[in-house]
Design a protein around this ligand. Structure first.
Ligand SMILES: Cc1ncc(COP(=O)(O)O)c(C=O)c1O
Length: 383
C-alpha cells in the first residue's frame, strides 16, 4: 500500500440513492447530480463514470476548475452546469465547450453578451433569481433590465434556465421561509414567461427541497448530499423514516475510509500517550498506531473522542490526533497486530462507524467532513 489510507466507493449504494432520489423528484424533473467540492470528497474523476453508469447525464459543479476536471472523464452526451464562479477569462471557454452557467449580476450578464458575440456558439445561461437567501441572484428591481437584455441578445444567449437556491430546506423551523421562497420563485418565473421568455428549466431544489417540498422539483433538481447516502439533516431523516417509526434507512453510504495498523506497543499504567498530557493510561495498556491524522482529514477535534474499528470492534482514539498519525487503545483486543485493517468510516464485521457519528462528535456537518477528505487519498470502486 503506497498511501496510508484508501477510500472505497460502493456502486450499488450509489445506484440505490440515485434511484431513491429520482423517484422522489418525479419523472418531470431533469436530474442533475451535484459534484462540487470534489464530488463531496468522493473524488470527481473516480465517481463521475460510476454516476453515469447509474443513469445520470447532468452534473452541477461550482467552478471552472471542477468543470474542467469533469469534462476530462465524462461521456460526450453528458452536460455540465457551473453554479458558481466563472472568471471573465474563462467565459469564452465555457461557451465554446457547451458548459451552461449561472448568471447573477449585471456585470456578468453584460460580459457574457460581449463575449458571446465573439464565440461560435450562443451562451447557455441560467439566470439566478434572488428569492430570500440573499447570497447570489438578481433582485426584483434588476429584472426588467435582465429581461430586456435577454430579448435583445437572443441570438447570442440561450435562456437555458431560471434558478434560485433554498436557504435551509432541511430544518422544520425554516419551512415557512422556504415556502415563501418557492412561492416567490414561481411568481418571478411567471413574470419571465409573461414577457415572452421561455426558460428551458426552472429549478431551485437541492436534496432537502426534493425530500421536503415536492413542489420545488419543478423542471430540474440539483441533488448532492442524498445521492452520496446522507440526509441533509437529522430532522429531514426523521421526517422520512416514517416520523422515526421505521429504522430502515433508504439511503446507503457510498464511501468507506480504511487504513492499516502501523505499529503496536505496550504502555505501562500512568503513562501519558501522544503529545501533551491529555491522556494518561489507567491500566497497563496495548496501543496501536494508525497512519492517519489531521493532515489527511481526520480532525484534531477527535483527539480522545473518535473511534475506529479494528478486528470488528470499536476502539477509542487516545491522546491528541497528530498530523499523520493517531493512537488507539487496543488493550482489550490481544490479537491485534501490525497490518490489521482499520476502518475510519464504514463497516467491519457487525460494527459501523457512520459519517454522522463521526461528525456529530466533531461538531461539523456531514458535508464538511466529507469535503475535507484529501483528493490524494486513492479511491477504489466496490460493487
Ligand atoms: C446552488 C446549489 N444547488 C444545489 C446544492 C446541493 O445541495 P445538497 O447537497 O443539499 O443536495 C448546493 C449545495 O450546497 C448548492 O449550493
Amino acid at each position: 500500500m503506497l498511501f496510508t489510507s484508501y477510500i472505497e466507493l460502493n456502486k450499488s449504494a450509489l445506484n440505490n440513492n440515485i434511484r431513491f432520489m429520482k423517484e422522489k423528484a418525479g419523472p418531470g424533473a431533469k436530474f442533475s447530480m451535484v459534484i462540487k467540492a470534489n464530488a463531496y470528497g468522493h473524488g470527481i474523476e473516480d465517481l463521475l463514470p460510476m454516476i453515469e453508469e447509474c443513469g445520470v447525464d447532468h452534473f452541477s459543479v461550482f467552478s471552472v476548475e471542477e468543470a474542467r476536471r469533469a469534462i476530462k472523464v465524462k461521456e460526450e452526451t453528458c452536460h455540465i452546469m457551473i453554479m458558481g464562479f466563472v472568471d471573465d477569462d474563462y467565459l469564452e471557454w465555457a461557451i465554446e465547450n457547451d458548459i451552461s452557467f449561472f448568471v447573477f449580476t449585471p456585470e456578468r450578464l453584460e460580459k457574457v453578451v460581449e463575449i458571446s458575440k465573439k464565440t461560435s456558439k450562443p451562451a447557455r445561461i441560467h439566470v439566478e433569481l434572488e428569492t430570500g437567501m440573499h447570497r447570489t441572484g438578481f433582485c426584483n428591481d434588476q429584472l426588467p433590465w435582465v429581461m430586456e437584455t435577454l430579448k435583445s441578445n437572443s441570438e447570442n444567449l440561450v435562456l437555458e434556465g431560471l434558478c434560485s437556491h433554498l436557504a435551509g430546506a432541511e430544518n422544520l423551523g425554516n419551512f415557512p421561509r422556504i415556502r415563501q421562497q418557492i412561492s416567490t420563485f414561481k411568481k418571478l418565473c411567471g413574470n419571465f414567461m409573461q414577457s415572452g421568455l421561455k426558460p428551458g428549466y426552472r429549478h431551485l431544489a437541492c436534496s432537502a427541497g426534493v425530500l421536503n417540498f415536492p413542489e420545488s422539483s419543478m423542471d430540474l433538481v440539483r441533488v448532492g448530499i442524498s445521492n452520496y447516502g446522507f440526509w441533509p439533516d437529522n430532522e429531514t431523516k426523521m421526517l422520512h423514516l416514517e416520523n422515526g417509526k421505521s429504522l430502515k434507512d433508504p439511503l446507503k453510504r457510498v464511501l468507506s475510509w480504511k487504513s492499516k495498523v502501523m505499529s503496536v506497543n505496550r504502555v505501562k499504567e500512568n503513562e501519558y500517550v501522544s503529545y501533551g498530557a491529555s491522556y494518561i493510561t489507567n491500566r497497563d495498556s496495548k496501543i496501536a498506531t494508525v497512519p492517519v491524522g489531521y493532515g489527511y482529514g481526520f480532525s484534531r477535534n477527535l483527539s480522545n473522542m473518535g473511534h475506529v474499528l479494528i478486528n470488528g470492534k470499536r476502539v477509542p482514539v487516545v491522546g491528541a490526533v497528530n498530523m499523520n498519525m493517531m493512537v488507539v487503545d487496543v488493550t482489550d483486543l490481544p490479537e491485534v497486530k501490525v497490518h490489521d485493517e482499520v476502518v475510519l468510516i464504514g463497516e467491519q464485521g457487525e460494527k459501523t462507524i457512520t459519517v454522522s457519528s463521526f461528525s456529530d462528535m466533531n461538531n461539523s456537518m456531514n458535508y464538511e467532513l466529507l469535503t475535507r477528505l484529501p483528493s490524494r487519498i486513492p479511491r477504489y470502486q466496490t460493487e
